[in-house]
Design a protein around this ligand. Structure first.
Ligand code: PLP
Length: 444
């Protein structure tokens, strides 16, 4: 077959549609073909324009077109298209790290840039493991994570993810060195007669007892999402929760790792979601992704505190983990431009203002609808949890598909939102996520 350069080699099937050579994620439905995007909207090949009210999976923070980012990538490619991070660095990587860490948030002082959130989780787990070896405590190699959590789809990241349906095919690969504790999920986890303080105390005790049972000499770190996204649906922690977890980790000499891949990089109106948590002083290791590059390029990162860096710099002097495309200059250049635009246009201010508006309007318009149980979130990172009977707090059963239907109806009305992705564990949480681009206007 001769293929002309200006043609794609799509074979036309008997029904007149081109054959797809992509192994699509869903074999149930044919995915719609997006052909272009502009601002907060994208357009399908059938001509329909959809408002991207979830920015994909909370990714496209600048929306779907931003010539400055394209120009920044072009400039980078024209001057240097690739550099191997083993032995070399680039201005693009150095400048992005300096921008993200310029004020040393919570004492975080070094960055590793990789390509996806899952890779960032894997790198973070390995960094914590290596840290304890370098610090002369090699038995500290187990992890504590939370039930109904999601930290990524690679095998390492899945090991610390409590999301049941994402794990079930791969059970033989799942590490026995991970113990799960309850998430902070007051809407359904807190007893009706329990105060916030009692609820926090219960979670604190559970974490502490788990550490003691495993033995603090065997625990490397506690990993959690600051605001869990796809599993529980944008649940901000009860005030004081992060500081309580920090206190227990410090008491037992355990690293605290925050996953801000979905909720971070501005989504809450602060650069880091943990900055909304009062006197919480920050994590030892933090992962970032999604809005770091805004979807223009695949890029994610691991931020590490100085003590982690020092242990390795004064120990083996080599980060044991790495990838061919780590700190890719084109990706770093794009992400830096995204972050500069967020700063120059005060988009965090817009996230805060539009977030207040979104909360006010959603609560006013949607709270009294029959199956709306709980509307929660922060900034421009919101979820609506549906209940079969909200008054009695009776949840929908697994497989009810309620949020899928809501997503479908919304899609029909020209609105893209994110639904529940499979069953996630003990609590079945039917929810949709609304997390529009940071550029959204008051009218939009
Ligand atoms: N961590 C969290 C909290 C996420 O929401 C996700 C993706 O949704 C990941 C990790 C994995 O990121 P990626 O899909 O880029 O590998």
């Amino acid at each position: 077959m001769t293929i002309k350069l200006d043609q794609t080699p799509h074979k036309v099937q008997a029904n007149g549609h081109p054959e797809s050579f992509i192994f699509h994620r869903s074999q149930r439905t044919k995915p719609a073909n997006i052909i272009s995007g502009s601002g907060i909207k994208f357009t399908l090949d059938n001509g329909r324009t959809i408002i991207d009210a979830s920015a994909g999976p909370a990714v496209a923070c600048l929306g779907h077109s931003e010539p400055r980012v394209a120009q920044a990538v072009m400039r980078q490619m024209e001057s240097l298209s690739y550099a191997y991070s083993m032995g070399y660095t680039t201005d693009a990587a150095e400048d992005l790290a300096a921008h993200v860490l310029h004020n040393r948030p919570g004492g975080l002082g070094k960055a590793i840039f990789v390509n996806s959130g899952s890779e960032a989780t894997d790198a973070a787990l390995k960094l914590a493991t290596q840290y304890w070896i370098e610090a002369g405590r090699p038995s500290k190699n187990q992890f504590i994570a939370r039930k109904q959590s999601y930290h990524g789809n690679t095998l390492g990241a899945l090991c610390v993810s409590g999301h049941e349906s994402r794990r079930e095919f791969y059970q033989p690969w799942m590490s026995k060195n991970v113990t799960f504790v309850d998430p902070c999920y007051a809407y359904r986890g807190q007893g009706s007669d329990e105060t916030d303080a009692q609820y926090l105390q219960r979670l604190e005790t559970e974490l502490e007892e788990t550490i003691v049972r495993i033995g603090s000499d065997n625990v490397a770190a506690f990993i959690l999402e600051t605001i869990p996204g796809t599993t529980l649906g944008c649940v901000p922690p009860v005030p004081g929760y992060l500081s309580a977890m920090r206190r227990i980790c410090d008491k037992h000499g355990i690293l605290l790792m925050l996953d801000e891949i979905m909720c971070g990089m501005g989504k809450t109106g602060k650069m880091h979601a943990w900055e909304c948590e009062g006197d919480f002083r920050g994590p030892d290791i933090q992962t970032i992704g999604k809005a770091l590059g805004g979807g223009f390029v695949p890029i994610s990162g691991v931020l590490a505190s100085q003590k982690i860096f020092d242990a390795i710099a004064q120990g083996s002097q080599t980060l044991a983990h790495g990838h061919t495309f780590q700190a890719h200059p084109n990706a770093c250049a794009a992400a830096l431009e995204v972050q500069k635009i967020i700063a120059e246009r005060d988009l965090l201010g817009n996230v805060a203002a539009r977030g207040e508006q979104l909360e006010r309007e959603m609560k006013a318009e949607l709270s009294s609808l029959p199956h709306v149980g709980n509307i929660r979130g922060r900034g421009l990172f919101w979820a609506i949890e549906f209940m079969k009977d909200p008054a009695a707090r009776t949840p929908f059963a697994r497989g009810s598909g309620y949020s899928d239907r809501v997503v479908e109806v919304a899609q029909g009305l020209g609105l893209n939102i994110l639904g529940t992705l499979g069953h996630t564990g003990e609590y079945h949480v039917e929810h949709v996520i609304i997390s529009p681009p940071y550029i959204i206007s008051q009218e939009e």
